[in-house]
Design a protein around this ligand. Sequence first.
Ligand SMILES: [Ca+2]
Ligand SMILES: [Ca+2]
Ligand SMILES: [Ca+2]
Ligand SMILES: [Ca+2]
Length: 409
Amino acid sequence: MIHTRKKWLLTGLFATGLALSVYACNSTIGVEMAPEPDMSYVNPDADHDGILDVDEGRAEGRDSDGDGKPDYLDLDSDNDGVLDADEGNGDIDGDGIPNSRDPINNTSPLPLHLTAISTPFSSPIGIDFHEPTRSVILSANYPSGLPSNLERITQDGTHFAFSALMGLTDEIKIATVRSGNVGGFLTGELAVGNGQDGQVVRISADGGKVQNPWVTLPGGSHGLFRGSLYFDTTGLYGGDLITATTAGEVWRIKSDGTPTKLASLGVHLEGLIVVPNLPARYGPLAGKILAGAEEQGNLHVLDNSGLVSSLMLGVQVEDIDIVRPSENFFGINFGTSRLLGASAADFNNMLGDIVLTQENVTAGTSGLFRLFWDGKTLSAQPIPLAPGSATVGQWEHVTFALAGIREVG
Ligand SMILES: [Ca+2]
Ligand SMILES: [Ca+2]
Ligand SMILES: [Ca+2]
Ligand SMILES: [Ca+2]
């Protein structure tokens, strides 16, 4: 029996699938030998997240996030938005609390090694992850928009027109829909501005259908939808497209095209995100809309009631992103027509955290900051550059993506 127990522990540690199959065949033996087996013994990882029940405090019924579901059955034991299976039971910040129960990454950001991707592009500006193809989409050919405005990049660096959208001469930032949207948008759909006052373009997930314009706001003098578009993933905003204009208007737009204004801030907004509704990791920002006001050095915090607060963190925000497990980083180094990329591993101690990008980069720095909630206060921590990293001239937009491009991923 001792021999068998060791076997369970090993299989549980290394491969959930393997552990399951062994359980299926050995459970019969276990029942024959002991009519009332201790289930924590025969099924050592009840939620199949790679962390054994014994390490998830099954015996004492531990429930780290107090949501009524004990850790050994809770796929996100600390309710910070990163699954136990991705966090594991290591302790990357060395504070004695295992990652799966520690919603705050206390250590400073790891040095970032940026790689200059060898593929040349034609004046790219915007970038986002296209989930259905597990690849990256760019807005390119600025400012002519010819022969096309959007390109998709495959793993080997090949890039080609994504849709028939062409001839738009303004800067284009891309918002894509990730899976799980509750507002009726389809995974992989895109929204972009078109350089016309108050107009949004919608493009189907396969690029085959372009609605230009899809939405035209009533009235005029709204500003351009350039730089700030995001599909709500929290459900607090109905899965709607949240978007802000160059004149500082912030709107919710439903998948049927109905727009609702949330705020008028009267300042150019660029960089926008809806923060997951997870207070353990994001503190007072949980469930809020963040919008960067580069020229003010402000980060505005909004919700359905309008402006909630404005933060001065010392960053002139150009873009806002969330670090997701296994996703590589890609950013547009403006003026070089090249991308800079970094491996997901460089962000391992910032999983789930928010990254702020500043356009103007001080020589020798990354121009990237981790927006850090330490449980009491918010701050922006510079992400240092690793020795030998490619240097950044000026950032346009950046993204995290479950995708690779040549030298990265
Ligand atoms: Ca488990
Ligand atoms: Ca729980
Ligand atoms: Ca977690
Ligand atoms: Ca820890």
